[in-house]
Write a protein that binds this ligand. Sequence first.
Ligand code: PBG
Length: 333
Amino acid sequence: MIPISADFPLSRLRRTRQTPAIRGLVRENTLTVDDLIWPIFVREGEGVKEPVASMPGVNRLSVDLIVEAAQEAADLGIPAICLFPYTDVALKTADCAEAWNPDNLSNRATRAIKASVPNIAVMTDVALDPYNIDGHDGFVVDGEIVNDETTEALVKQALSQAEAGVDIIGPSDMMDGRIGAIRRALEDAGHKNVLLLSYAAKYASAFYGPFRDAVGASGALKGDKTTYQMDPANSDEALRLVARDLSEGADMVMIKPGLPYLDICRRVKDAFGAPTYAYQVSGEYAMIMGAAQNGWIDGDKAMFESLMAFKRAGCDGILTYFAPAVARKLRGR
Ligand code: PBG
């Protein structure tokens, strides 16, 4: 597209910016409640609401309160919530067996939400890190994060989540071949309508810090995730990963983190035209909230501006801890 306009003063580009009405007429992108997926942290207990220190306004909730949060989200029209379990250290092992326990925290939360709030879509995370004594997304053998053995375990984890009734499975582990393996296993087990939202282009990022506190993985993690998560210097590689995951049966793809990787969002959307999501991760949330709490920026405006950026970059939706706050504002509540 080649934008054509007359020379000044015949063309005055400020004409389309002069009033809210005119700006509304020419606005290219919109943010709606339909664009939001709300990530929430689940913990054991009853009536427990435990603040996450590095994520102001975010809490770990026991299953009963997760159900209330899901109801609140559904009332606001938020289409989906994404569950992340805070796993007791006693349940973290080298074989990660808790990951496919039908009665683990994540599966119990899924069943409870599905029983009470059937119309909200439930998304879950596939990766071993909440259950791994080493804090990694895959099995660690002699210091190596092993791929194929991990994929077999991820398949078991995904099947247990499908059995519990999730709508969307989000493999966030970055192992090779896991989308195809999970998709085939879901088909074989009759879960043919379960969606796979692949964390296809997930970078080894410093912006996950507060999340690792929230799920209790910071202490456990030995080393870093650079042998499986992407190098922040790469962009073409993201396209190869997305192409691979779509060809293995992913329904939707994700870029993660969000704002520092908007160029990747745009390239992926333009190249594949697939449903494309960004994860505005914990560190992005913490930066905005931290600055807002210090009075250094207007938190609400920064929240809206950051989320609009994802729409402008071509994303169909955003996983964001701001989901309930932004939905309330959009609904005028
Ligand atoms: C783990 C996982 C991570 C996040 C989502 N799933 C952290 C990691 O890879 O270490 C990060 C989300 C966030 O920072 O908000 N598989």
